[in-house]
Design a protein around this ligand. Sequence first.
Ligand code: 5GP
Length: 187
Amino acid sequence: MSLPVGKIIIVSGPSGVGKGTLLKRVFAESGLPLVLSVSATTRKSRPGEIDGVHYRFLEATDFENRRKNGEFLECFEVFATGVWYGTLKSDVENALSEGKWVVLEIDVQGALAVKEVYPDALTVFIKPKSVEVLKERLLGRGTESEAAMNRRLETALKELEHAGQFQFVVINDDLETAVKELTEVLA
Ligand code: 5GP
């Protein structure tokens, strides 16, 4: 019997576009051997976020040491606010060796960096219906200060310009349609 073949799936898109909700549905319903890569971050946890499940919440010095040790497949200071996010090499390598399809929910810079190391990675960009809808969602979430919100929005607008560099684009307007489309892209 041959071993199952692992693969890397990169899902990017602006903050607030609903990547998390969409992926949760695809994970639950697709029947595909998907595992989510749990990113490390120096951001503070939000209410309800669990260490090791949503993120590995690291102290800045711990993150920095791991970065210097070359433990990250990719890592970036997202939103230029001094907050770092990164994918640990070990997580991805372990998942691949088990034949899993490892999903990286990361920003555009991260996506391009991973593609350099794993050119066969599948890349998907999740787009909002419109910039106005994205603004409403980001504001409605109310998890960030106004300054942080504005930086997220600025980053989002820049990220949207990179959609063309991804192999697939899924528009997250109607959730049911987006779940179906993303599942078809991955399967
Ligand atoms: P949030 O703070 O809202 O959880 O995430 C903010 C952004 O950071 C998201 O748009 C997400 O794509 C990005 N992000 C999360 N984890 C990683 C990671 O490991 N690497 C990179 N490059 N970006 C990440």
